[in-house]
Write a protein that binds this ligand. Structure first.
Ligand SMILES: *[C@@H]1O[C@H](CO)[C@@H](O)[C@H](O)[C@H]1NC(C)=O
Ligand SMILES: *[C@@H]1O[C@H](CO)[C@@H](O)[C@H](O)[C@H]1NC(C)=O
Ligand SMILES: *[C@@H]1O[C@H](CO)[C@@H](O)[C@H](O)[C@H]1NC(C)=O
Ligand SMILES: *[C@@H]1O[C@H](CO)[C@@H](O)[C@H](O)[C@H]1NC(C)=O
Ligand SMILES: *[C@@H]1O[C@H](CO)[C@@H](O)[C@H](O)[C@H]1NC(C)=O
Ligand SMILES: [Zn+2]
Length: 503
């Protein structure tokens, strides 16, 4: 390693997600920071640790489902506004939404025959062929897009690690001092919007800050911790749902990283991914069973999403940046992101010359990688309008990896993401179940008879499943707000009308 390598990559773990999501040493710190935050909360009611005592689950065999499909009344008309109450038979509930992110669940993983429960849930509810991530297809940019409905250029998290020329500081997703600094995180996350409407919210490890610049925080917050068993996460979610009416959150967000970690470690086709897929599927079933046992399937909307997919990188073709740039390679001052690479050169570099070298090499590679400036960046990336986005971006195609002669393929993972968001392998999942999905099915069955447009051409579905066309994850914020009955929403990059036909 040359000294310039060291300067650019002060932390090995900045190789983004080649190693798990966050390094081990963050844990102690995060729990300490949690205590510090306790007296600073905004609408924070209570901070509940995962280690809190859990209420034992009594899962009964009583499945008293009534299908809204049988009802001639549009169910959402019966349950409008966020303060309207519904009874599950014994307790009053407000509208409740649970959004769960399974990191790195590639859209087509659901077709492996390994996720019978998620498919069953989607058959009772709905799924999309794919949820299209924002560019770059990385964890932090996409989890924040899901929370805010904004593209990276508008929400400010333009990579998992990047340089901000304005503040002359670097964002590190895996360092709490950096990642928990509110000023990095622009836009309004759904828990902030909901909180403004008086809604109690609960955040179980969703990637992002505990607080935004306005001081907003989720009412309940469990900070990131690695290797927390899914059973504990389930218990925490259910403990929140079982809270007394005045303390019970209406918006619950939960995050699970194990599938992404498996994908990086062993690759998307590995036995490890298949095994982990089975585990998250059982988690989905257990969650559903717990809701059924509480007669809550027509009260709680559950939305399963993921942030991006995964591609096999066990035998990549390496592209050597130092061979391309020659002497200028050492003048790279900041290198953002991975596997795409944002470049900032030092003042003594001839940037025009560097660009010429990069463009020539890209042209000679016939499509192995592309070089973009803010002027030539594809519009569909929505990735120019922020000073945090490096002026030169090198974006490899799937199958190719940018590196240097010195680094080679050392420490490279067997699976990765971060590539072009139009690539199918980068696509994420969307599965929903609850009162909302019943409405969609109702509308769909009506439309199907009207337009004779059955769900043909999508192999994994039964006739009974409503499969939405792929849509962008910046639409999810608006969906959750509408499910909660919140009208005072922040501007997003979703289209205002996108969900109209379902409400
Ligand atoms: C379940 O909830 C519905 C309303 O969502 C209610 O009509 C029904 O009586 C409840 N069933 C039981 C067993 O309490
Ligand atoms: C994982 O599942 C996929 C799809 O069913 C299959 O093609 C692949 O061979 C499996 N991997 C292993 C190692 O069994
Ligand atoms: C309604 O929900 C509460 C709180 O989760 C639960 O204790 C109760 O058993 C549920 N009632 C029914 C009829 O399932
Ligand atoms: C920078 O590179 C360009 C293009 O190769 C060249 O025309 C120009 O003379 C260089 N400028 C300096 C100051 O070396
Ligand atoms: C995305 O939304 C933000 C906030 O409204 C807006 O400033 C930005 O121009 C939008 N971007 C696009 C591409 O429409
Ligand atoms: Zn991820």
């Amino acid at each position: 390693m040359t000294s310039s390598d060291v300067a650019r990559k002060p932390y090995d773990s900045d190789r983004e997600e080649t190693k798990g999501l966050l390094s081990e040493d963050i844990h102690e710190e995060s729990w300490k920071a949690d205590e510090e935050l306790e007296d600073r909360g905004w609408p924070r009611k209570r901070i509940v640790g995962v280690a809190a005592a859990f209420i034992g689950l009594l899962i009964t065999g009583v499945f008293a489902r009534t299908f809204l499909l049988d009802s001639p009344t549009h169910p959402n008309l019966l349950f409008h506004g966020h303060d309207v109450l519904r009874s599950n038979g014994t307790h009053d509930f407000k509208r409740t939404v649970l959004i769960v992110s399974i990191d790195g669940l590639r859209a087509d993983y659901l077709d492996r025959g390994l996720t019978p429960h998620l498919l069953d849930i989607s058959k009772q509810g709905l799924r999309a062929k794919a949820l299209v991530p924002i560019f770059p297809t990385l964890t932090f940019p996409n989890h924040w897009a899901l929370m805010t409905g904004l593209y990276a250029e508008s929400h400010g998290i333009v990579g998992n690690n990047f340089w901000d020329p304005k503040t002359r500081s670097e964002f590190h997703y895996n360092q709490i001092k950096s990642a928990w600094e509110p000023s990095w995180w622009l836009g309004e996350p759904m828990w902030e919007t909901a909180g403004k409407s008086g809604i109690i919210t609960a955040n179980l490890m969703w990637p992002g800050p505990p607080k935004t610049t306005s001081g907003a925080a989720a009412s309940y917050f469990v900070p990131w911790k690695d290797k927390v068993p899914l059973k504990e996460k389930l218990d925490q979610l259910i403990a929140w749902i079982d809270l007394p009416f005045d303390e019970r959150p209406q918006l619950l967000m939960a995050y699970e990283p194990s599938l992404d970690q498996a994908g990086h470690k062993a690759g998307p086709m590995s036995a490890l991914v298949n095994k982990t897929l089975t585990q998250v599927d059982v988690f989905a079933k257990d969650l559903h069973t717990a809701l059924v046992a509480r007669n809550l399937t027509e009260i709680v909307d559950v939305v399963f999403v993921s942030d991006h997919g995964m591609t096999d990188t066990s035998h990549p073709e390496l592209i050597y940046m130092d061979d391309i740039l020659g002497n200028e390679y050492d003048k790279i001052e900041h290198e953002d992101g991975w596997p795409a690479m944002g470049l900032r050169f030092s003042a003594d570099a001839n940037v025009t010359h560097c660009l010429e070298l990069l463009h020539a090499a890209a042209a000679a590679s016939s499509g192995k990688f592309h070089v973009f400036t803010h002027e030539t960046m594809p519009t569909r990336f929505h990735f120019t309008q922020h000073e945090r986005i490096a002026p030169i971006y090198v974006v490899p195609q799937i199958g190719y990896v940018l590196t240097s002669e010195a680094e080679g393929d050392v420490g490279m993972s067997k699976g990765n993401h971060g590539y072009d968001n139009t690539a199918a392998e980068m696509h994420a999942m969307f599965v929903a179940h609850g009162p909302f999905s019943q409405v969609v099915k109702l509308l769909h069955s009506q439309r199907r008879s009207l337009l004779t447009r059955p769900n043909k051409g999508w192999h994994s579905t039964s006739d009974d499943t409503y499969v939405m066309d792929p849509f962008e994850n910046v639409q999810v914020y608006s969906l959750v707000m509408r499910l909660l009955g919140v009208d005072a929403v922040a501007p997003t990059n979703g289209s205002a009308a996108f969900w109209d036909k379902y409400f």
